[in-house]
Design a protein around this ligand. Structure first.
Ligand code: XIL
Length: 392
């Protein structure tokens, strides 16, 4: 991993210089979130967005959501706290494929250049968001011709090949497949790919990713949670992972999005002992399949939490601390990604808004770039985490 060794070399030479007032990369400062994670053999990062890409077809478009990269204070904070960057939308089908013929990597390149200049690792998200509403508009009416299965396989593998070839070793981990399990039924979502390729869609995607990005960590990423209402989702994900293992499909890790917090009335504001038991069981079932675990999109949805800011922030922090301490106990948990560092850029501002219309507080930093109790909860969880013997 060239970025990784470069970062360490630079950090080492900065240490050797002794007089250098700051480490080569501020994300290496021992009290940064990435520094605290690094002391335990973990890493910390977040998503960043280059501009208002919003939803694929312009629905719910809100420029605040993805404009974080345009804000210099945001970029400064990002480099101070993070060791890993994931483009929020810029590598999704709808962002890079305006038409079936065109691949536009310009915005993804902006983020990868920024990462390289600042010694950040980059995750890739995602090679296949296998959910009908997240494909480009043209995909809905795409003509798969007289041999649709052959064409579907060609389209999928060619996409993965092209994207991986463009990004090369700049990406150390790929969310190969995102959210393919329906949370109500636990079954595979129906898309044109599954219509023609069935469950094999997922096998094909992972095999293509391994061939095109042989050094990358390959991840299945989803948002399953711990409550009873999520049992079908968890079961469906485990079934999918078992199938991949049975078929010898290359996969390295389960990505747990960790959009925690009561985003729905039946959602969980507290991580009860029963919740912890069932969630621990789910994670153990995944690691028993010889998979690593990564937290890919941590934020806390405060839709149903009290309006009072101190009470709300305390509830958010308490939930995150309980959740992270359970997750970090698992030594196969390799890194933690937040889905945004600063409240005002969070996708949750216009996704599931609060009934009282108040701005949400799902991120570790407030809109004045000041750390909130959630930042301290993440830091405390890293400080208390068991030591890993190696850094991914
Ligand atoms: C979200 C982005 O944050 C928004 O800007 C975009 O409009 C929609 O997608 N799960 C995922 C992420 O895997 O890609 C989603 O990101 C959040 C939920």
């Amino acid at each position: 991993m060239s970025e990784l060794s470069r970062r360490h070399l630079l950090a080492l030479s900065a240490a050797a210089a002794a007089l250098a007032p700051l480490p080569a990369f501020a994300g290496d400062a021992p009290d940064s979130l990435n520094g605290l994670a690094g002391a335990k053999g973990l890493r910390f990062g977040s998503c960043l967005g280059t501009g208002p890409s919003g939803a694929p077809h312009g629905a719910n478009f809100d420029p605040r959501r993805s404009a974080s990269y345009d804000d210099p204070r945001m970029r400064e904070l990002f480099v101070r706290e993070c060791g890993i960057l994931v483009p929020e939308n810029e590598l999704k089908w709808y962002a890079i494929r305006p038409t079936p013929e065109v691949f536009d990597f310009s915005r993804a390149d902006t983020l990868m250049d920024f990462a390289a200049a600042n010694g950040l690792l980059v995750r890739g998200h995602t090679l296949l968001w296998n959910s009908p509403k997240w494909f480009p508009k043209w995909f809905e009416t795409y003509d798969f011709g007289s041999r649709p299965a052959t064409e579907a396989e060609r389209l999928l593998t060619e996409h993965i090949k092209t994207v991986c070839a463009h990004c090369g070793n700049r990406i150390f981990a790929w969310d190969v497949v995102n959210e393919t399990i329906d949370h109500d039924t636990g079954l595979m979502r129906d898309t044109p790919f599954t219509k023609y390729l069935g469950l094999e869609t997922i096998d094909i995607a992972f095999r293509a990713a391994r061939a095109a990005a042989p050094k990358a960590q390959l991840v299945y990423n989803d948002y399953m949670a711990w409550g009873a209402h999520n049992a079908a989702h968890r079961g469906g994900v485990l079934k999918l992972l078992e199938r991949l293992r049975r078929n010898g499909v290359p996969i390295d890790a389960l990505g747990v999005q960790a959009h925690i917090g009561p985003g729905a009335p039946e959602g969980d504001a507290v991580f009860t002992a029963d919740d912890q038991k069932s969630w621990r069981g789910f994670i153990a079932d995944a690691t028993a399949m010889n998979l690593d675990v990564v937290i890919t999109e941590l934020d806390v949805n405060d839709r149903y939490l009290p309006a009072d800011i101190a009470a709300r922030d305390a509830a958010i922090a308490a939930l995150a601390k309980d959740y992270l301490s359970l997750m970090l106990d698992e030594k196969r948990l390799r890194y933690v990604m937040a889905w945004g560092l600063v409240d005002k850029y969070s996708w949750l501002q216009d996704n599931t808004p609060r009934a009282d219309g108040l701005p949400k507080r799902p991120s570790p930093y407030d809109n004045d770039y000041q750390p909130k109790p959630l930042r301290e909860a993440i830091a405390a969880a890293f400080r208390a985490a068991p030591q890993r013997s190696w850094l991914l």
